[in-house]
Design a protein. Sequence first.
Length: 367
Amino acid sequence: MSKVLEHYHYLHEIPELGFQEFKTSAYIADQLEKAGLKVTRNINQTTGIVAEIDSGVPGPVLALRADMDALGHIIDGVACARHTCGHDGHSSVVLTAAQELLAEGAVKKGRLKILFQPAEELGAGALAMVEGGALDDVEMIFGFHLRPLEECVVGQATPAVLYSACSTLEATIKGAPAHAARPHLGVNALDAAVQAVNAVNAIHLSPGLNWSVKATRFLCDAGVTNSVPDEARVVWDLRSQENAPMEVLKEKVTQAIQHSVAALGATAQVVVLKEMPAAEIHDEATAVIRAAITEVLGAEGLLEAKTTPGSEDFFFYPVKRPHVKAGFWGLGTNLTPGLHHPDMRFDLNALEIGVNIFKSCVKRVLG
């Protein structure tokens, strides 16, 4: 069994949620130390790891990044963690690439930093790494993601994945309780919440923009069926292909919620539960990745950039540290039936391709 598959099979069996990747982090750090890399654990008091290969020769500082966390699911009525977004594959690829690059003496100038970050799914892991100083000396960073079958197949890769910005907003809507026989004496929070959903659905942005907003959770219960409920909670998912329109969309959604419920005498407190920025990708980094993909897969394996409504907290790195040139690519893996599906699966043979593409990227910058 190849080293990347050995790592994958181990990590796949120990899925852990964001900021709880204790076994995962320990395994990765131990493997890096055994290979001879300098390793710093518990970045910013989290499970994050930074490993380093220093050539001893002046040159640029390049970083590779992998995420470690699994997703939470409820399967057959039981809550569990499961790797359904491929982060076990990401960590296995980057871990193996780091081990092989050191063994081959491939870093001939500058330094290579390898980041294993927690909590991508929470939208907080990259921020924790940035706040922990992991990127302070980094000039360029590469990340990647396994791609679903409809985007690319095994033997193909895209040099850039243009992720969208996302925000998750929750409104706590307050009314006033009353007996269902005398609803005029209260303010029905359920009615107000419905009004808010309809108001948000009526929002318009420029038709030239790529965006969406939809309610994804609606909770309201008076505890009995003959009382007017006085509280409701509604969650909305917001998406935008660009960062600037997301700020406009958040403002419009907040106003629509607050004004619509106020018309019925209710109030709403709106908070942001989670958000991630849209892709900020540097042409120079993408050029390195494009050349690496062509070297490994040939011209026939190189696809054009892909646009996705999905989001990635990787892009907090260039947003929070604008001096960092970021590149993010996608690996064809025949992944079905889809990311985050409880039965997600992919062709494990693609992982070795990922290792080779990352190694080629590093050699082009630091070789």
